[in-house]
Design a protein around this ligand. Structure first.
Ligand SMILES: [Zn+2]
Length: 697
């Protein structure tokens, strides 16, 4: 310990505690870099040599295994800052404090707090007093130097890496399915099952044209996909897991499967909050791309074609909606529909009605982009039917080809899947054998080991049993799926496209794929009818049209005939009476219900029929008040005269409110003393309508 270092330590410092901060950024460093940990603990001895009793050297090591990028989740560091800020620390001990002070804002701030609270800093190089100008200068200088050093080192390292990468000789971790041979060359995985799994993935994608369909195929067939983890307890081992969509995309996007060497596909940047951002770069910004650098699973052309296909699919689901791959829904021409109004792709959506799915084609791109109203919406059931009929009548020459293609595909799919599953059983069997051998070879006296190995062996046997059972089961299902009888059926259908098309057993998906072999796109326009323009592959077009089918809402409407009847009946009857007449004639409402007065009233308003009051007024009838004025009597008298038949009236509603016929040349007048029953009565003279309601005031 130099004298100058000791001079910096004053009794004031010694009265306070010493804090040793220990850090090691990753868990791996904690395990592997014990040397550095030892150096950190050695600092404690230096503090003791300077006069701190060992029990007052407080060790903060709760941040072991946490990255130094940010102090947010480093409790230990926060505690240290707290103690220093409160003036409890006489000295802070730590490795490379000078470097940290330069690179890390947290440490920089800590030094400032140290300066304020007169706290010393000690690292392997010496003791600094941050409140002393010279020491601060020194700390800053050392930090700058170490940073420069780091920079030079990094540049050299990167330069070396780049040189190797440009030659394609850089040894980078390989994706699953590719390995280095002993000479360091990239080769396909020597494990046949791994290789075939990758081949199967590429074939399935080529056949189905979509990553989701590939995943679905693997799942349906009970196939697993290999992976060799790069980290963790199973590092380097072969793991078989369910194939995921993201995995398919990664495999398809990785140029190494096409035998190309590439470097610099991503760019890593630090974020302000201490995190790291990884950005994928477009291909022309990759640092290195060497095509045909090593063997691959697919050709470079195929790789490019796959990417194009993925892009098309993405667009089908994205903003532009170009062609999309066939999916499971019943909408036959899904993905091929073009809007006849604006030229955008139309999407399909389904409505459930009476337990069935009804397709509806919608042009809504603008609607999604700008919340504008939908361009047009067209019910799909009728369209699907006529497009199907059109195919059936047009397609005879290509019949055989299509049917045979479908058949061959089915065959090869089943064959491939069967082989892969058989291999899986084989692998499990090998593992069980291995477990058995291990068990046999161990010294029987070593109970603990024997028990563990026995348990392992048992488990492998169980696994083997399961795998075998699954294999048999799948095989049986497959054979059921395509038995001799069915094979004969398919061959029979091969000569008969209409039947293949119309066979209910043909999955809708297959139907869609057949359709795609033949049709380029379908343009739909709706005005007073629906026009369907079909463009075949090769350019031929056909134009069809069909009436607009009633919507669900229209189907629930009361029939036109009933509305017309209501219109006629309103001339003579009130609404309640009309309802009972309609019920007598056996009519029901659109929803199948009996009529009542209010319903008739609603229908009248809905269809804008003239009401009974206006109708009667139009024929010259006058109101109660008008006739009372005319006769020079009170309204009550008018009502009494009406009820005794001296005046003729017609009810215009069901509250028995009436309009009156003009009394004519001989109106009734008041005659005191004459009984009303003896006076002239209209009803007895000329009852003009036999069905007229009896009026009772
Ligand atoms: Zn449109």
């Amino acid at each position: 310990m130099s004298g100058s270092a000791l001079q910096k330590v004053t009794p004031s410092h010694l009265r306070r505690d010493a804090y040793l901060y220990i850090r090691q950024s990753t868990v791996r460093q904690v395990f592997e870099n014990t040397e550095s940990t030892r150096r950190q603990y050695a600092l404690r001895e230096r503090a003791v040599a300077m006069g701190w009793p060992i029990e007052r050297v407080i060790v903060i090591d709760s941040d072991l295994g946490k990255s130094g990028a940010s102090s947010i989740d480093r409790k230990g560091f926060q505690k240290l800052v707290g103690e220093v800020g409160m003036g409890r620390a006489g000295i802070v001990l730590g490795l490379e404090v000078s470097r940290l002070a330069r690179n890390s804002t947290d440490w920089h701030r800590l030094l400032e707090i140290c300066a304020l609270t007169d706290t010393l800093i000690l690292d392997e190089d010496g003791v600094y007093n941050p409140s002393d100008f010279n020491d601060r200068l020194l700390l800053g200088l050392k930090g700058t130097m170490s940073e420069a050093e780091l920079h030079v080192m990094r540049a050299r390292l990167r330069g070396g890496i780049l040189n190797q990468a440009r030659r394609g000789a850089l040894r980078v971790p390989l994706p699953g399915g590719l390995v280095y041979d002993p000479d360091g060359n990239v080769v396909l995985d020597p494990d046949a099952q791994v290789r075939q799994s990758f081949e199967h993935l590429f074939e399935t994608f080529e056949r189905t044209g979509s990553a989701s369909a590939t995943v679905k195929h693997f799942r349906e067939q009970g196939l697993r996909f290999p992976r060799r983890p790069r980290f963790g307890p199973h590092k380097g081992e072969l793991v078989w897991e369910l194939l995921r969509h993201s995995r398919v995309l990664r495999v398809l996007h990785n140029p190494r499967y096409a035998g190309a060497f590439c470097f610099g596909r991503t760019q890593t940047r630090k974020r302000v909050n201490g995190g790291v951002e990884i950005k994928s770069l477009p291909r022309d910004e990759w640092t290195v791309l060497l095509v045909d650098a090593h063997p691959g699973y697919i050709a470079w052309d195929q790789f490019e074609a796959n990417l194009r296909r993925l892009r098309d699919n993405a667009q089908a689901n994205g903003s532009d909606r170009r062609k999309s791959p066939p999916r499971e829904g019943p909408g036959l021409i899904q993905g091929l529909v073009v809007c006849g109004r604006c030229g955008n792709r139309m999407t399909v959506r389904y409505h459930s009605r009476r337990g069935k799915q009804w397709p509806e084609y919608v042009c809504q791109r603008e609607g999604i982009d700008t919340a504008a109203p939908k361009c047009q919406t067209i019910p799909g059931a009728g369209i699907d039917r006529i497009v199907g009929e059109l195919l059936v009548e047009t397609v005879t020459p290509v019949t055989l080809e299509v049917a045979l293609k479908v058949q061959a595909e089915l065959d090869s799919q089943l064959h491939e899947a069967d082989a892969l599953r058989r291999q899986r059983v084989e692998r499990v069997r090998q593992e069980a054998d291995l477990a058995r051998r291990r068990f046999m070879e161990v010294d029987p006296g070593n109970r603990l080991v024997v028990d563990v190995l026995e348990a392992e062996w048992n488990e492998k046997l169980r696994g083997l049993h399961d795998a075998q059972e699954e294999f048999e089961q799948r095989r049986k299902e497959d054979q059921q799926q395509i038995g001799d009888e069915q094979r004969a059926q398919i061959y029979a259908l091969a000569t008969d496209f209409p039947r293949l098309w119309n066979d209910p057993k043909t999955p809708q998906r297959e139907r869609k794929r057949m359709l795609r072999l033949l049709i380029e796109d379908v343009t739909l326009t709706k005005d007073y009818k629906i026009t369907v323009d079909v463009r075949f592959r090769g350019g031929a077009t056909r134009s069809l049209s069909l009436p607009i089918p009633p919507t669900a809402w229209e189907l629930r409407q009361t029939s036109k005939q009933v509305v017309a009847e209501i219109d006629t009946l309103l001339d003579d009857y009130t609404e309640a009476k009309i309802a009972s007449i309609l019920n007598d004639r056996g009519h029901v409402s659109g929803e199948g219900k009996r009529f009542h007065g209010r319903m008739v009233s609603c229908l009248r308003r809905q269809y804008d029929l003239k009401n009974r009051y206006d109708r009667l007024r139009d024929t010259g009838l006058i109101t109660l008040e008008e006739i009372a004025d005319l006769l020079g009597v009170v309204t009550q008298t008018v009502k009494i005269w009406r009820s005794h038949g001296l005046l003729r009236a017609h009810a215009y509603n069901d509250k028995n409110e009436c309009l009156y016929e003009h009394p004519g040349d001989h109106p009734p007048v008041k005659r005191l003393g004459r009984k009303l029953s003896e006076r002239r009565c209209f009803l007895n003279v000329a009852p003009d309508r036999t069905e007229e309601v009896q009026y009772e005031a």
